[in-house]
Every structure is written in structure tokens, then in C-alpha cells.
Design a protein around this ligand. Structure first.
Ligand code: NAD
Length: 513
């Protein structure tokens, strides 16, 4: 039996048998309970990680706050040089890390490599940005005065991430936070702790080689209780949290209670509108990859297809046909299209969703199933399913984090489809397939999609680093990665300098002594 080079990769990444889950760079220590990392690919125990205790956490925060004092005074372009080295290290480790992502999380090896590529891309983006942290200058209303704004780092940035992008989300945050002069404390998902250890090892190597203080990159491990150490900690001005809306509502309130800032990247319920002017071949590729890629466990996965009644049967048949060709199996084997769900709980949730859509009156057109037998021993492999449903079904209103695609029918003009698309509580990604300029522009207009991402003739998943990433409504409103997302990692200061011998007051106020 081939292990697809996993043991080699684990060795290269320094992910040993029992890993200390608290790390401040050169210093690894942990005293908490052991978390076992079980691969959904074959059900094997990959490694063990010790979780972070309250005492461990205090050590981490001491190291982070100390490191910030050194890091913040290093000129931003020099910090960019460190991030450049980090990106180069990721290039060296791309195959090993991509393999670990695939084995620990269950996405295909190609998608694992893609995730590491995103890390590399955000590093490149951050390096350039380290010379472009611009503020504005304004004309003062007072003579002999100069007014401008500048951006300073915030301090310690707390990062909480989800299992489904176990490495890229951390890099999206750290690469920007680091060039901004912040230091980071990361709590990865308790379902993918080894990815966290591997990333921390790579970052620490770079900081150590540059004689920089441990604590610029810190790692803590554990479940929501360890996350709560950070959300309640007023030494952390910004919490960037990626995960479910349920988690986001708790985190947002805890951070707001101490008037901290939060950057929330939460659940989606993404739809593709397919109009009578759609290119059907492109629609099928976009919809099928969107619905079954990462086994339906992307925040941008396609959950709903909103199809015009005139082409409904044609699109449905083409997609059902494409589903019959899907190969489900070990994601490290590049012949397979669909890997496993993350764990047995996720399998149960998938089964519940399929039962519920039937209860609500839906019609299953591609049956789901939990696969068993050779190659499926982990119990986490399921068949991607398709159900015909109606927009008002409760199950359609929720994010089903599994490969279940809901087909919805619309009639009349594109406004009707846009209304259905916007009728859910989430607002992450959306798309329209059409060659009709009027429909496309309507979809992108002020009266169009209410999502943070709106695409034309592309599916809902697979965003690029250059654009700001995030969504509205219950998706949390945060933006990460490209465009001016860096600003959230900094505090803005407005400065007015008087270079005269008078002290005129603003608004012409007279105050004579
Ligand atoms: P989850 O909410 O269960 O967990 C996410 C992280 O939050 C984990 O690290 C977890 O330990 C932590 N956490 C949970 N409750 C917490 C609390 N009360 N305080 C502090 N930390 C807490 O999510 P998941 O199952 O790992 O990931 C899937 C979800 O993430 C989906 O809803 C998906 O759409 C979403 N997601 C969103 C984006 C995005 O960018 N919008 C990206 C990836 C995933």
C-alpha cells in the first residue's frame, strides 16, 4: 500500500509523534490535554498535539507582547523582506505541506497544493505592500499647519481559523499583519492541529535565521475554550476569526464587550444563477467543481443553483450526468475528484440535511450515500447528492457544509432570480452564468447580488489573492487578503503640526487670554 509520501512529508515538516501545541517560535511547550489528529483519508492516527493551558497561554502572550516592541520599530520594507523569505521557505515546502493539508483535512492533493500557493501569493502581495502602507495628506484650514494621517501597527493579532483551509487563512492574516508591524497568535482548528504545527515550524525557522524575537509568530492549540482565552483578552486589539456563523456570533459579542475589533469570515450559502443565455458547458464545470470540490466544504462552495425554467431540465440533466462520472476516494490519489468529509460528525450532518430536504418536500435527483468497503475505512466518504428544492425550505436557508446541491427553479426575468439569491441570511459568494450583458450588469448593480463576491461566468469558489475576500450579513462583514484589507490590521492616526508662532483654533473659534 502506498502512503503517497506522507511519512516523508511529516518528517520534512518536523511534525513528530507528540507535538507541543504552544509555541513562541524557538520555544515549544505545552501542558494541556492531548488532541489526536485522525486522518479522514484512512482513519489513521497521524500525530498527537498537546493543547494550551491558561498558564501556557500567559507565556505565549508575554512573548508576543515583548516581540511586538522590537518588531514594530523595524521599517515596514524590512519586515517585507522577512515575509519574502517566508514565502521562499513555503515554495521549498510546498509539496510536503500540500500533502499534509490533503491528508489531515481530506481535500485533494491538487487543492492542498493550491492552498500553499495561496500562501505564497499573499506573501508576494505583502512584500510589495510593505512599501505602500500609505496614508493621505490633507490641506489644513489653519495657516502654517500641516495635516496628514499615518498607519501604525495594532499590537497582538489573534487568529482563529477553521478546519477547511487549515493553512491559507493563517497566511492571509499573518503575511499582512506582519508587514503592518503586528505580531500574531494563532489558534488553528482542533481538527487540523498538525497543519498548525507545520506552519509554525516554517515561520519560526525564518524568524530565528534573522535573529528576530520569538513571539512574532505564536501558536496555541485546543478547542473553543482556548479560543476564548483570546476573545476575552483585552491585550489583543484585533481578533480575526474564520468559521461558522454560530462561532462568529459568540466571538463578535465577546470581543465587542471589551470594545476590541473583530474581523469575521463566516459561513456562506452561495448560489449560481443560470439564465436562458448561459453557456451550459461552462455552467456545468463551474457548478460541479463548486459543489463537490473539497467535498463541499469550502466557505464558497456552491450550495444553490437557481435555474431558469426554460433551461431547467437541460441544465439538471447535464449536471446529473457529470455527477455520474465523479470518482470518490483517497484525495492523495490524483485520479479521484472527491475526497472525504472531515469527520463522522460531518457525515451525520450530511445525512440529516438529505433527510430534511425530503421531509420539507424536496425531490432527490442524485442519491447520497455513505460509502463503505475497501478504501473507505475512515467512514468519512460520501456520495455528492443533488436535491430539487424550493427557496423557502429551511434547509436551503442554512449552510449545508457537505456536497449537497439544491436546484431551485425561477421564471420570468433575472430580478426574480436575484431575489431568490438574496433571500438567505448569508452573503459570501455569488455568480451568474449568462452571455446577456443586461443580466450580468443588473446582477452586479446596486440592485443586484448582496454578497461580498459576485462573479460573472465563473463559479462561486476559487477567489484570487489580489481582491478583498469576505462577505456581508451573517458572513460577518470582514475583508481579508487583497485590495486595502491591510488597513484593518493597523490603527489610523491623524496628525496636525503647527509650524507658526500663533495658535489659531479650528472652526475660527476665538479664545483670548
Ligand atoms: P467552527 O466555527 O466550528 O470553528 C472555527 C474555529 O473557531 C475553530 O478554530 C474553533 O475552535 C473556533 N471556535 C469555535 N467556537 C469558538 C468560540 N466560542 N470562541 C473562540 N473560538 C471558537 O467552523 P469549522 O467547522 O472549523 O469551519 C467551517 C465553517 O467555516 C463553515 O461555516 C465555513 O463556511 C466557514 N468558513 C468561512 C470562511 C470565510 O472566509 N468566510 C473560510 C473558511 C471557512
Amino acid at each position: 500500500v502506498t502512503d503517497f509520501g506522507i511519512n516523508e512529508a511529516l518528517k520534512e515538516l518536523g511534525v513528530k509523534d507528540i507535538n507541543d501545541g504552544s509555541s513562541t517560535g524557538s520555544n515549544n511547550f505545552s501542558n494541556g490535554a492531548i488532541i489526536e489528529s485522525i486522518s479522514p483519508v484512512d482513519g489513521r492516527l497521524i500525530g498527537k498535539v498537546k493543547s494550551t493551558t491558561r498558564e501556557d497561554y500567559e507565556k505565549v502572550m508575554d512573548a508576543a507582547t515583548k516581540a511586538f516592541k522590537t518588531w514594530r520599530i523595524m521599517p515596514a520594507p524590512q519586515r517585507g523582506e522577512i515575509v519574502r523569505q517566508f514565502g521562499d521557505k513555503l515554495r521549498e515546502k510546498k509539496e510536503a505541506l500540500g500533502k499534509l493539508v490533503s491528508y489531515e483535512m481530506g481535500k485533494s492533493y491538487q487543492e492542498g497544493l493550491g492552498e500553499v500557493q495561496e500562501m505564497i501569493d499573499i506573501c508576494d502581495f505583502a512584500v510589495g505592500l510593505s512599501r505602500q502602507l500609505h496614508g493621505l495628506t490633507m490641506h489644513s484650514e489653519r495657516p502654517g499647519h500641516r495635516m496628514y494621517e499615518q498607519y501604525h501597527p495594532l499590537g497582538v493579532v489573534g487568529i482563529i481559523s477553521a478546519f477547511n483551509f487549515p493553512v491559507a487563512v493563517w497566511a492571509w492574516n499573518t503575511a499582512l499583519a506582519w508587514i503592518c508591524g503586528d505580531v500574531c497568535v494563532w489558534k488553528p482548528s482542533e481538527k487540523t492541529p498538525l497543519c498548525g504545527i507545520a506552519c509554525q515550524n516554517i515561520a519560526s525557522e525564518v524568524f530565528r535565521a534573522n535573529n528576530l524575537p520569538e513571539g512574532i509568530s505564536c501558536l496555541i492549540n485546543g478547542d473553543y475554550k482556548v479560543g476564548a482565552f483570546m476573545t476575552k483578552d483585552s491585550r489583543i486589539p484585533l481578533i480575526s476569526a474564520t468559521g461558522s456563523t454560530r462561532m462568529g456570533k459568540i466571538v463578535a459579542q465577546e470581543v465587542a464587550a471589551r470594545l476590541g475589533k473583530s474581523l469575521l469570515e463566516l459561513g456562506g450559502n452561495n448560489a449560481i444563477i443560470v439564465t436562458p443565455d448561459a453557456d451550459i458547458k461552462m455552467t456545468v464545470i463551474g457548478a460541479v467543481f463548486g459543489a463537490v470540490g473539497t467535498c463541499g466544504q469550502r466557505c464558497t462552495s456552491t450550495r444553490r443553483l437557481i435555474i431558469h425554467e426554460d433551461i431547467y431540465d437541460q441544465v439538471k440533466n447535464a449536471i446529473v450526468d457529470a455527477y455520474s462520472q465523479l470518482r470518490i476516494g483517497n484525495p492523495l490519489d490524483e485520479n479521484n475528484h472527491v475526497g472525504p468529509l472531515i469527520d463522522i460528525d460531518a457525515v451525520k450532518m450530511y445525512e440529516r440535511a438529505l433527510a430534511q430536504v425530503v421531509e420539507e418536500g424536496g425531490n432527490i435527483v442524485v442519491e447520497g450515500d455513505v460509502l463503505s468497503g475497501e478504501g473507505y475505512e475512515s467512514g468519512c466518504y460520501v456520495k455528492p447528492a443533488i436535491a430539487e428544492a424550493r427557496p423557502e425550505f429551511k434547509i436551503v436557508q442554512h449552510e449545508t457544509f457537505a456536497p449537497v446541491l439544491y436546484l431551485l427553479k425561477y421564471s420570468g426575468n433575472v430580478e426574480n432570480a436575484i431575489n431568490i439569491q438574496n433571500q438567505v441570511a448569508q452573503g459570501l459568494s455569488s455568480a451568474i452564468m449568462t452571455n446577456n450583458l443586461r443580466e450580468a450588469e443588473k446582477f452586479l448593480s446596486v440592485a443586484g447580488s448582496d454578497c461580498g463576491i459576485a462573479n460573472v461566468n465563473i463559479g462561486t469558489s476559487g477567489a484570487e489573492i489580489g481582491g478583498a475576500f469576505g462577505g456581508e450579513k451573517e458572513t460577518g462583514g470582514g475583508r481579508e487578503s487583497g485590495s486595502d484589507a491591510w488597513k484593518v490590521y493597523m490603527r489610523r492616526q491623524t496628525n496636525t503640526i503647527n509650524y507658526t508662532t500663533e495658535l489659531p483654533l479650528a472652526q475660527g473659534i476665538k479664545f483670548d487670554l
